[in-house]
Design a protein around this ligand. Structure first.
Ligand code: F6R
Length: 608
């Protein structure tokens, strides 16, 4: 959700900022802009659309200089336009500011500034903040930012430069992530490590309420109350390769194909076959504490919420602990009932989703042990939780989540085994599950080899405007996830339903124009799902079935079959979702959609 990059050093800033923006584009892509300080003047260029438009607008412009800030936007206040794009300037063009987040009291602040005769040109909350900084400016940019932020309600990650301070970049955070990168004779600030990883892997994560004053060779961090704070420098162990397409047409396809290795990474060093148990030291919970848990709440949004639903099946079945799965956005505004024996799991790829973070904070406020299942190392949920498990899927750049989902499910299966082994699950049962978990990467490879067939199916159906996805039991959430993948990247209307629920309403939609994707694996509900398929066929529906390898009888009953290898029933969603990811991908490509950057979406939703 919006990307920020800032640079101060000896080198030219513009190429660094533009390269950073290209890496951040997946976080927002409706407009972009850059401000570089050159010979005492702020050179600002902005454009509507993707970074390519900004590159075009920059052609022929002289904006040399070694300090600057840049932004790629996902509009919240005001439509995407050059005027609303960041950086914003004060009326004298002295201060430039980029902002992620939402200033909730911007109307009040605007009225306050208007009374002093200050005029506004955009519809944004960010312009108000910029002019508020200028209003408070006397001789220190950092003080002006600090005093202005003292008046602000809402969330922000900001980077600010001023023509009066040619060597100082000021950054501040509340609710919107910011990372400082330390280079040689130059320093950076960004909303996301990927924007600066080609220059440095030494980073400092700003916390809420902190302000950083950054110069080419130094930095200083204070709180909004003006108290200096110390911070440990951390090393990020990503490589540049991980955030490049490496020959794939899209990041999404690359990330789908990475799943054999991301699943291996998720379980590496965490499963013990001999004892039939998972070892998750990051949970920070002793066995007796795990035994005392009587209720689990899992909270998340979007795809992560779908993995939570799968976790519910796993934990309830293996550990016999009641599990509630909550949309984080709803949970935070209810009055949830907590008790001493409740464990909260917050699942988030980015670790920055505003609703999930708020839900976790709410639980922690009530003394509930809260664990994160998070992909991005050092993210806010990872840092604020009482413990947790990293999914280790590596950077996910495609806006539609794929590899993060299967890794989350893997982590949930390990948590379920651990909680189960603390209760009724025997060593042998644990061993069986772990043995089968280890086969999953090879089984995923096998599914990926059927991609040609999936492409053919995509070709046959990519013109359709509606799809229904059906699944039962633990594969119902997989059906939801398949439908979400299709709708977000191809803009086809797709709904996921529990297969048997179809006859209570959605069956009215079925005709030859409504393809139905059914997950029909050989499990205890197979016969029931087959009768749901008959109901679809009887109404001229076209069925694409995801079936278990070796199921020969299904082929005659449906229009197309995609086979997946057999595994333990609880692990099947990790396999059944793969063809659904590929189907969505190919359909979207065939419809000419921008798969990695679907319209209206952005990675990491850090606003409410
Ligand atoms: C869908 C998708 C979103 C995210 C959701 C939560 O493909 O990516 O639905 O799953 O915004 O994001 P995280 O997991 O970062 O909290």
């Amino acid at each position: 959700m919006c990307g920020i990059i800032g640079h101060v050093g000896q080198r030219e800033s513009l190429p660094i900022l533009m390269a950073g923006l290209r890496r951040l584009e997946y976080r927002g892509y409706d407009s972009a802009g850059v401000a570089v300080l050159n010979a005492g003047q702020l050179g600002v260029v902005k454009a509507v659309g993707k970074i390519k438009s900004l590159e075009r607008s920059l052609q022929g412009q002289e904006i040399a200089g070694s300090i600057g800030i840049a932004h790629t936007r996902w509009a919240t206040h005001g439509e995407p336009s050059v005027t609303n794009a960041h950086p914003h300037l004060d009326s004298d063009n002295e201060i430039a500011l980029v902002h992620n987040g939402v200033i909730e009291n911007y109307r009040t602040l605007k009225e306050f500034l208007s009374r002093s005769g200050i005029k506004f040109v955009s519809d944004t909350d960010t312009e108000v903040l910029t002019k508020l900084v200028k209003y408070h400016y006397t001789d220190s940019l950092t003080d002006a930012v600090r005093i202005a932020l003292g008046q602000v309600e809402g969330t922000y990650g900001i980077a600010v430069v001023s023509s009066k301070h040619p060597e100082t970049l000021v950054a501040a955070r509340k609710g919107s992530p910011l990372v400082i990168g330390l280079g040689d004779d130059e320093n950076f600030v960004a909303s996301d490590v990927s924007a600066m990883i080609e220059h440095t892997n030494r980073v400092l994560y700003l916390e809420d309420g902190e302000i950083a004053e950054i110069t080419p060779n130094d930095y200083r961090i204070i709180t909004i109350e003006n108290i200096p704070t110390d911070k440990a420098v951390e090393e990020v162990n990503w490589t540049l390769d991980e955030i490049e397409k490496q020959g794939y047409d899209h990041f999404m396809l690359k990330e789908i194909y990475e799943q054999p290795s991301t699943i291996r990474a998720a379980i590496r060093g965490r499963i013990n076959l001999e004892e039939g148990i998972a070892r998750l030291n990051g949970l920070n919970l002793q066995y007796d504490e795990l035994r005392r848990i009587k209720r689990v709440i899992i909270t998340a949004c979007g795809t992560s919420w779908h993995s939570a639903l799968i976790g519910e099946y796993m934990i309830e079945e293996l550990a016999r602990i009641p599990v509630e799965v909550e949309y984080a956005s709803e949970f935070r505004y209810r009055s949830p009932v907590f008790d001493d024996h409740t464990l909260l799991l917050a699942i988030s790829q980015s670790g920055e989703t505003a609703d999930t973070l708020a839900a976790m904070r709410e639980a922690r406020k009530h003394g509930v042990t809260s664990l994160g299942i998070v992909n991005v190392v050092g993210s806010t949920i990872a840092r604020e939780s009482d413990g947790g498990v990293y999914t280790h899927a590596g950077p996910e750049i495609g806006v539609a989540s794929t590899k993060a989902f299967t890794s989350q499910v893997m982590v949930l299966s390990m948590i379920a085994i651990l909680l189960g082994r603390m209760r009724n699950v025997s060593v042998q049962q644990g061993q069986e599950l772990i043995g089968l978990m280890r086969q999953l990467p090879d089984q995923i490879e096998a599914i990926l080899k059927t991609d040609d067939k999936i492409q053919e199916i995509a070709k046959a159906y990519h013109h359709h405007d509606n799809f229904l996805y059906l699944g039962r039991g633990i594969n119902f959430p997989a059906a939801l996830e398949g439908a979400l993948k299709l709708k977000e990247i191809s803009y086809i209307h797709a709904e996921g339903y529990p297969a048997a629920e179809m006859k209570h309403g959605p069956i009215a939609l079925i005709d030859e124009k409504m393809p139905v994707v059914v997950i029909a694996l050989k499990d205890p509900v197979y016969d029931k799902v087959m009768s749901n398929i008959e109901q679809v066929k009887a109404r001229n529906g076209n069925v694409i079935a995801i079936a278990s390898e070796g199921d020969t009888e299904i082929a005659d009953k449906v229009n197309h079959v995609i086979y997946v290898p057999r595994t333990h029933r609880l692990l099947t969603p990790i396999l059944s979702v793969l063809p659904l990811q590929l189907l969505a991908y190919h359909i979207a490509v065939m419809r000419g959609c921008n798969v990695d950057q679907p319209r209206n979406l952005a990675k990491s939703v850090t606003v409410e």
